[in-house]
Ligand binder design. Structure first.
Ligand code: MTE
Ligand code: MO
Length: 433
């Protein structure tokens, strides 16, 4: 991280404390957002790229553009609970602006205000010493740590699966990268001193109510096995790109699980509960599971037999994206253009990016941008001069530090998870005049 991105604790402390006193009684309130009834502004502009048939289905989620508090115009998938997708143009750099960061909640009562004078983070359950931390404790009693990490919904790109599967019909915009700053989860657990029988850590946020699918649970609960080494990478984050988290992205603190899909990244985290029995709540036992097959892939027929064992989803497979040119970029024969994009993996840094301008028949290494650490987006670029006019199909393929390379085959599973197939972008190159 360069100096300019260093979080100033004093400034952040000031902002968080300011928030606490701003609205008398210490209430931080987001105007226009009400629990259980997120308000939509009347203004619904169409997506600029909806002008004709698309040559890249991945970036064209159908949905109105809406503005929520603290957010730029984003693509609306559902409003109760809010699911907002980030449009393609915000992925030009390695870090996603907080105001453009996608939003996903499951339950219909989401926090719209947090009284920081009363708010506490609790560590309870199978611990010798149950603890409560105020925001000021988190800010002053622990040395802050930072990590650049991609938050990607398990169902990112779900809309391209065939056959279609239920769930939010995301294009590619259910992901974002940020610099997260906070307290290592391990230090909070150590402070509370785990009991001998501790098995897993369960996380709970401030949201509640029924989910859209109407299943029983009144709470969204996720847990991680204490034997999972990812526990030592987890951060309880109070800052996102050096700012307090937007309310919709989990103010005042959220769990960051570098390399893992976002389902574990509990927002408005308020309870850390150490369990001495396996977590069999809906969101672990039934939801967010993937077939225990090599790529997490199966077929509808195979799945129907009931013989496919499933496991909780965990690390994100390697992916890459072409951001520019897009469908409507004007290209001219003989004129150089730089193809740009981003890549990441939940298994370590992207070490190689290859680009193709002939639909994946031949591949050439592209230039990789700065490495912000193993779990960050990494930008890439590839200089290209199309020689002749006509249609071209661009493609990008990433390989991570473990040698995993993106496949060129579709996958399918009933949750619509783990999509990472090589993508294409069709472009039209005009005549040199
Ligand atoms: N409290 C809470 N945390 C949550 C969720 C939720 O519904 N409630 N959804 C999870 C899922 S599935 C995703 S994809 C991410 C979305 O994070 P974001 O809204 O900051 O983009 O939050 C995760 N954390
Ligand atoms: Mo998700």
């Amino acid at each position: 991280m360069n100096e300019g991105r260093e979080v100033s604790r004093r400034r952040l402390l000031g902002r968080l404390a300011l928030g606490a006193v701003a609205a008398g009684g210490g209430l931080v309130t987001i105007k226009g957002l009400h629990a259980g009834q997120a308000q939509l502004p009347g203004d619904r502009r169409p997506l600029p790229s909806f002008t004709g048939p698309s040559s890249n289905p991945y970036w064209n989620s159908i949905g109105p553009i809406v503005e929520y508090p603290e957010k730029l115009p984003l693509i609306l998938l559902t409003d109760r609970a809010p699911q907002l997708e980030t449009p393609r143009q915000y992925f030009q750099g390695a870090f996603t602006p907080n105001a453009a960061f996608y939003v996903r909640w499951h339950l219909d009562e989401i926090p719209n205000s947090v009284d920081l004078t009363a708010w506490r983070l609790r560590v309870e359950g199978s611990v010798e010493r149950p603890l409560e931390f105020a925001m000021s404790d988190l800010l002053t009693r622990f040395k802050p740590v930072s990590v650049a990490a991609v938050n990607q919904c398990s169902g990112n790109s779900r809309s391209v699966l065939e056959p279609r599967v239920p769930g939010g019909q995301w294009g590619n915009g259910a992901m974002g990268n940020a610099k997260w700053t906070g307290v290592p989860l391990r230090e909070l657990l150590d402070a509370a001193n785990l009991k001998q029988d501790a098995l897993a850590v369960q996380f709970q946020g401030l949201d509640q109510g029924k989910g859209p699918e109407g299943h029983g649970s009144h709470q969204f609960l996720k847990s991680l096995d204490l034997k999972d080494s990812v526990i030592d990478d987890c951060i309880v984050a109070y800052a996102m790109n050096d700012e307090p988290l937007p309310m919709l992205n989990g103010f005042p603190v959220r769990l960051v699980v570098p390399g893992y899909f976002a389902t574990y990244w509990m927002k408005s985290l308020s309870w850390i509960r150490v369990l001495n029995v396996p977590d069999d709540n809906f969101w672990m036992k039934t939801g967010y599971r993937v077939p225990d097959t090599p790529n997490g892939s199966t077929t509808p027929e195979e799945f129907k037999t009931g013989k496919i064992k499933t496991v909780p989803i965990s690390r994100m497979p390697v992916r890459s994206f072409i951001i520019t040119p897009s469908d409507d970029t004007k290209l001219v024969a003989g004129l150089p253009v730089v193809i740009r994009g981003i890549a990441f993996s939940g298994h370590g840094s992207v070490e190689k990016l290859e680009a193709s301008t002939d639909d994946g028949n031949t591949w050439t290494p592209a230039q990789l941008g700065e490495n912000f650490g193993p779990y960050s987006f990494r930008t890439w670029s590839f200089a290209w001069t199309p020689r002749r006019h006509g249609r071209y199909v661009l493609a990008a393929r990433a390989t991570d530090a473990k040698g995993n390379m993106q496949p060129d085959a579709a996958i399918w599973n009933p949750g619509g998870y783990l999509w990472n197939r090589i993508e294409r972008q069709q472009v039209t190159v005009g005549h040199a005049s």
